[in-house]
Design a protein around this ligand. Structure first.
Ligand code: IMP
Length: 424
């Protein structure tokens, strides 16, 4: 069986968690392939809102096994908190529904401290990191110093922990920016959380997924963040430290490229970004303020307000291409209800020339945005359940995007709840 992928096409926060939750009934396995607790996947059903950071978004369905793949970085402390939040769901036996790759790397308390010290030392050039220790943990992974989940099964893992921790402390001291911390407290919390982590099952996830494919199981690989935050293809250096694009599912789960089936690309009907970095269609006016307010655009992990702007087709075309998207899913269409006119960026003027591809550098001094204006709609979409109910102007918006992106839009989401999902 082929493995389907689900990815964000913008700067994250597209609504991937909701769609994974909606699609899970069709899959036997949901497998997260990269990122860590910098992600905040929000799911809503039965009037309750849930935010997941590390746990795959299939957890609330009985039919699916949830895998945390080798490409993910795990903070045991945050993970334990996530598990505790699941305790309120009576009958949800998460211990038997989550499997963790032995090859996933651990975020140590000192990784978080290093993240803070590094950001503080950057001053105005800071990335706007979520400060969850993501960058330093992936640096230790590629630097071949990291501690993996599978190491917890070895007798000497605490010695390795101590030597890495000591190295981190000398690195923290090296930064000009001084940060306050109580290592004893952090470590007590960390080692307690490790005990909880060890209650879950560790597996060789690439082998598990290989056997699952052979026996005809259906698998959905769940991405975190978005394509424009990809370490290679995003707006570097204002990116995260993993490959958020389709190729990341191959390396983050051990799935062969020829085994990939559908690639679901999730995007918002407008654009948001949290953290620093260029954002050509960003709005600083009442329209941007309306999107933020109506769309409740606050980070699910950090609570920071998200920057808002019009849809950017140059960026979206690029993301569709890099990921090989086969089906699009448009989120938060309902947030755009009420605008008289909508704008869509169709090309950039880059160093004076009109271009339609995403260039090396999208800093404002190089890029001027070219917009197409489209008619807005006034209808409230949140109670709609059928494609036939969608207003004419919204259908024109969708048709235009499909033509520009040469890819069908199969789902239009009209609210945060599971049920507010229209199939086309
Ligand atoms: P880090 O991954 O925490 O180091 O953050 C690097 C950049 O990616 C910052 O701009 C963050 O705001 C952004 N980022 C990381 N994770 C997410 C996410 O899940 N949604 C949106 N932005 C994110």
């Amino acid at each position: 069986m082929a493995v389907d992928l689900l990815l964000g096409l913008q700067w994250g926060d597209e609504g991937k968690g909701k769609i994974v939750d909606v699609l899970t009934k069709d899959y036997d396995i949901i497998a997260r392939f990269q990122g860590g607790p910098n992600a905040g996947h929000t799911l809503e059903f039965d009037g309750i809102k849930h935010v997941l950071h590390t746990i795959p978004s299939g957890i609330f369905h009985d039919n699916a096994m949830n895998i945390i793949g080798n490409g993910v970085v795990i903070d045991p402390v945050i993970f334990r908190r996530e598990l505790q939040n699941l305790d309120k769901f009576e009958g949800l036996d998460y211990v038997s529904k989550i499997l963790i790759s032995r090859k996933a790397h651990l975020i140590l308390p000192t990784h978080r401290l290093l993240d803070a010290a590094s950001e503080a030392s950057k001053g105005k050039a800071k990335i706007g990191s979520t400060l969850k220790g993501i960058g330093p943990t992936y640096m230790d992974k590629t630097g071949r110093n990291g501690i993996r989940v599978g190491d917890l099964e070895l007798a000497d893992w605490k010695d390795r922990y101590t030597s890495l921790r000591d190295k981190h402390i000398s690195m923290i001291d090296f930064y000009d920016a001084k940060i306050e911390y109580n290592l004893q407290e952090l470590e007590a919390e960390f080692f307690d959380a490790i005990k909880v982590l060890k209650k879950l099952k560790f597996i060789d996830s690439e082998e598990y997924l290989h056997q699952a494919q052979k026996s005809g199981k259906t698998i959905l690989a769940e991405g975190a963040q978005g394509s424009l935050l990809d370490i290679d293809f995003g707006t570097y250096p204002y990116v995260t430290s993993s490959n958020t694009t389709a190729a990341g599912a191959c390396t983050g789960l051990g799935i062969a490229p020829n085994k990939i089936g559908e690639v679901f690309g999730i995007f918002k009907a407008y654009t948001t970004r949290v953290g620093s970095g260029p954002f050509p269609t960003e709005l600083f006016d009442a329209d941007g303020e309306t999107m933020g307010r109506v769309g409740n655009e606050f980070g699910a992990t950090t609570g920071r307000p998200r920057r808002c702007g019009w849809l950017d087709l140059v960026a979206l075309r690029y993301a569709v291409q890099v990921n090989g998207v086969t089906q699009l899913m448009m989120m938060k269409g309902d947030v755009l209800s009420g605008f008289d006119t909508l704008k869509v960026c169709t090309s950039y003027k880059y160093k004076g020339k009109t271009i339609e591809h995403f260039p090396y550098n999208i800093e404002p001094e190089n890029v001027e945005v070219v917009y197409k204006e489209m008619k807005g709609w006034k209808e409230d979409l949140t109670g709609m359940t059928e494609a036939s109910q969608l207003p004419k102007a919204l259908n024109e918006y969708i048709d235009f995007l499909e033509k520009e992106l040469e890819t069908p839009i199969k789902i239009v989401s009209v609210g945060p709840d599971r049920t507010q999902t229209i199939l086309r």
